[in-house]
Design a protein around this ligand. Structure first.
Ligand SMILES: Cc1cc2nc3c(=O)[nH]c(=O)nc-3n(C[C@H](O)[C@H](O)[C@H](O)COP(=O)(O)OP(=O)(O)OC[C@H]3O[C@@H](n4cnc5c(N)ncnc54)[C@H](O)[C@@H]3O)c2cc1C
Length: 416
């Protein structure tokens, strides 16, 4: 273990491992260290399928040790603070580490306390989230006997913004198989103004919503939960009179919050950058993007500290936070660092690419690929063979079999 690295990476998740592996493939003599506390590495993209009982949870985990690229030092510790002026990172047990270049990739955290009643609700038998325990989601779906099945999205940025919808569609499919769908109100409540940001995919998703008779509640921002009485409260964000829907027994309270009873509830909890990032000078201090790392959207270089880069969920980028996005960000960060070491300027840029494999039922998926501005950015080769704006069996196979294979064998090895 060294006290100084040419490149020091905080976080050995999806983004951190990809950067380390690609750096080592390009420059095997670089000294690279990864600060990562967890002995486990998770392929989170499969949590959606685990929650619907169609993927083995144990297959989403591998030992972190097996993924640290050869020649890279694994510092099994937490980063606790960053001092970009002295190029150093403080850790919980290892002390201070110096760097020439810093790559910040510690992901994000669930911010349970941001919603009163959420921590208590998560402990009950009818509330679940693929974001923290997809195995419980599957249990909740199997035990559901009918009534209001409510699926929500928070107003904070979240990882994989499509995930709350995917489990909604799979649950609908499962309830049809288990026989409870006819006595169920499937409700999707989101603060969003549309079902999906990119029109080509939104059009298909609206057809799915209508076909499945899902009760879509736009402009619904979840703010608190009363788990004793099984009620979730929403702020109504629309500038219009509220008309309660009787069949789901929603009402408007004197506090101007919509009260919606639930018999099962799937949440994406509010999410935030890790505390040590929010407290650091690397974070945006105020306004939009507050707390996330302040990087240039194209170069991923920190706006004030040029030898610091951030990518993955922690970066403040106006696109969806996904592993697929990190996959396109990693080569940009790697090229900038390698060029900078030899005194050159990299021309490599990130266009905001992200992708969301929108599973719409067992055996059905559309592949939403887009870039900054929510502009469709579908892979041209794939698009020659498949219309990815439509539900496809082939895309389901991609999600269930091909993508996990590519993740472990290509992305984690720095080969793509
Ligand atoms: C339910 C669900 C469904 C998803 N579906 C998809 C999908 O279909 N497609 C897709 O592309 N993406 C999907 N994602 C999102 C994807 O998993 C993330 O966007 C991706 O993992 C982000 O990579 P990251 O490296 O930024 O964060 P992570 O992979 O979460 O890694 C962060 C790492 O940093 C470490 N860390 C945290 N704090 C510290 C610290 N203080 N010091 C050092 N290390 C620290 C953590 O232990 C962790 O290993 C999904 C996620 C979820 C939860």
């Amino acid at each position: 273990m060294k006290s100084h690295y040419q490149v020091l990476i905080i976080g050995g998740g999806t983004a951190g491992i990809m950067v380390a592996a690609q750096l080592k493939r390009k420059e095997k003599n670089l000294s690279v260290g990864i600060i990562e506390p967890s002995p486990d590495h998770w392929y989170q993209a499969a949590y959606t399928l685990v929650g619907a009982g169609t993927y083995d949870y144990n297959k989403t985990r591998r030992d972190t040790a097996s993924l640290i690229p050869q020649g890279v030092d694994w510092i099994r510790d937490y980063a606790t603070s960053i001092d970009p002026d002295t190029h150093s990172v403080l850790t919980q047990n290892t002390g201070a580490l110096q760097y020439d270049y810093l790559v910040v990739a510690p992901g994000l955290v669930m911010d349970y306390d941001a919603m009163p009643g959420l921590p208590e609700a998560m402990k009950t038998e009818v509330v679940c989230s693929n974001y923290n325990d997809p195995k419980k989601t599957w249990k909740v779906l199997q035990e559901f006997k009918g009534g209001n099945a409510v699926f929500t999205q928070p107003s904070t940025p979240i990882k994989c913004g499509g995930a709350p919808q995917k489990i909604l569609y799979l649950a609908d499919d499962y309830f049809r198989k288990s026989g409870v769908r006819s006595r169920t109100n499937m409700i999707y409540a989101t603060p969003g103004t549309v079902i999906f940001g990119t029109k080509e995919f939104a059009d298909t998703l609206m057809q799915v919503v209508n076909r499945k008779e899902i009760i879509l509640k736009l402009f619904y921002n979840p703010v608190k939960i009363d788990s004793t009485n099984r009620i979730i409260y929403f702020e109504y964000k629309k500038d219009a009179a509220f008309l309660p829907e009787e069949r789901i027994h929603e009402t408007m309270g004197s506090d101007q919050l919509i009260q919606m009873p639930y018999d099962m509830l799937h949440l994406a909890p509010p999410q935030a950058a890790p505390e040590f990032i929010r407290q650091s000078v690397l974070a945006i201090p105020e306004g939009a993007g507050k707390g996330w790392v302040d990087v240039d959207p194209e170069t991923l270089e920190h706006k004030r500290f040029p030898n610091v880069y951030a990518l993955g969920d922690v970066a403040s980028l106006p696109t969806a936070k996904t592993g697929a996005a990190a996959g396109k960000q990693a080569p940009v960060v790697v090229d900038h660092i390698i060029q900078s070491i030899i005194g050159k300027k990299s021309a490599s840029t990130y266009n905001g690419y992200s992708s969301c494999p929108l599973v719409t039922g067992y055996g059905k998926m559309l592949l939403a690929e887009f870039k900054y501005g929510n502009v469709r950015d579908s892979d041209p080769l794939l698009s020659k063979f498949v219309d990815t704006t439509k539900e496809q069996w082939s895309m389901w196979l991609l999600k269930k079999y091909a993508l996990p294979y590519l993740y472990w064998n290509q992305m984690m090895k720095g080969k793509m």
